[in-house]
Design a protein around this ligand. Sequence first.
Ligand SMILES: [Zn+2]
Length: 595
Amino acid sequence: MPTGTNPKISVVIATHNRRESLLRTLQTLFSQDLAPEIYEIVVVADGSTDGTAEALRKLPSPCALRVLEHPQGGISLARNEGIRAARGEIILILDDDLLCAPDLIRQHLAAHENAEPQVVIGAFPISPHSPRTLAAECYRQNARDWEARYARDSQLHWPHDAAVEPNTSIHKTILEKFGAFDESIPYQREDSEIGMRLWLKGAPFRYLPTAVAHHVVTKRTRDMISRDAVLYGKHDLLVARKFPEYRPFSAPARIAQGSWSMRITRRIFGALPFSPAGLISALLWPLEKLQRVNLFRRGGVKLLQYGSSAVAIRSAAREAGSWDKLRREFGLRLPVFMFHHIGDTPRPWVPGLSISPVDFERQIRWLARRGFKTIRSSDWLAWIRTGEPLPEKPILLTFDDAYADLARFALPVLLRYGFTGLVFVVTSHTGQSAQWGELAKYPFVKLMGPEEIRRWAREGIEFGAHSRSHHDLTRLPLGELKEEVTGSRKVLEDLLQIPIVAFAYPYGSCHVQVRAEAGRAFGLCFTVDEGMNNIGSNLHALRRTMILPGDRGWTLWSKSRWGFDPVARLLARLRRPIIKAFFGSTETPEAPHAT
Ligand SMILES: [Zn+2]
């Protein structure tokens, strides 16, 4: 056993009552293809009672093998003990259930040589020696998904890859500077907590596919449901609170995402007075026994994944204090209503673009009576980014094109009901008329002027940009696109002397490049695609629902709850072939559309 000079790299392994698995891992570490004095192994027995420490102390080792014992305190605490004791400049975090390739340590060491302090993530495939369990199959599935995602652009991505999982080496100065594992997260998500912290602090992450350690998954399927999923849910909530940037990707955020049936299922499981873990484990048992049959194996893995997610969400709800508290913190869904002209319908005019003052007031009263509270777009952004509380039933009311009649027939009504609204301004046409598309045919319909805009902004109405001249942005060359987007923000910011957060795409028309450009200039960008928005929605393609003259009762209810009216959508779908037969196209002359 070499002593004297410090090793260059220290392997740190935390273990709890897995003596046989650990001894197998150590054998692969003893047969590394580099000089034993270059590395050391530090094993921390975390409350092991299976004779691990005694067995290791008797174990002949070619390299320095140091054994620390610690009352059980969790993997984070044990790893920190090991890191503190480590003498190497590079820390290689391994687990006690790995089969390490003979060049594993050399690969990690080479990656750090002559490089800035960094975090190096090695390859972590599932070992074919893993027992045939649904747990192992689930890990295999996740590893395949990861490889496929990495293969797409060979980039590590936030937050999925911001993790210090086993087979990760870190330069010690990074841990000294930004801290090691968070001991308040003893197991499950501890790897993501430290990974996100180092990532957000700017530590460089690198994937090293040539540093291979095979993971022998010995975990029992029922432990994945009844222990890991419970801890995952609880700790993922804590991590999302610690790093708000992670909120949209967190497990709790899923309660507002996915199909209606998925959301309902999560709600049922999440609000259960008892843990569904036992029930799910019972359902998994026969599938695990029959997993040689492809269908049962795939079904079992799906059930294990959904079951884990349901148990995790229930655990997060308990940590938050209740399902409703969790929903308020992560699961709000935001309807965004889109209006255009409010006032007496000009004649002639584009059908469906005008709502009469009486109609509008009735629609606003309907919302107020059902407990909706309007928010500003910056409130939504603050909730997403920091969890800043929002009202129980938030709604965003938007008004495109900034028609002058809003000042007479809409904005006063909003204020009377204690509401606010977001008016999208076409900055080169303020105080004039709409000079774009078919609206150019109606020069008598005026738009708000700069003074009116300033006055209503003082009254608490929010203003956003709707480009400079309302061109279809997807048809513009890059230079003009930038001018239309950023230029409109600048004009409005100069006018109001406040930061402008929101943008609405003219005609709702946008593609990847337009969204990228708008996303550079604005926090939130709105389309005209129907639907609801949640914490995971693309902030540069937010959904809105057009409110039409006569919308009331069921229509308002469904648009405020789902972001569209399923009955109207069904009727439109049924009508389309008939219209096509008559007009040769699916567009009838009077069909209302966003401008
Ligand atoms: Zn418009």
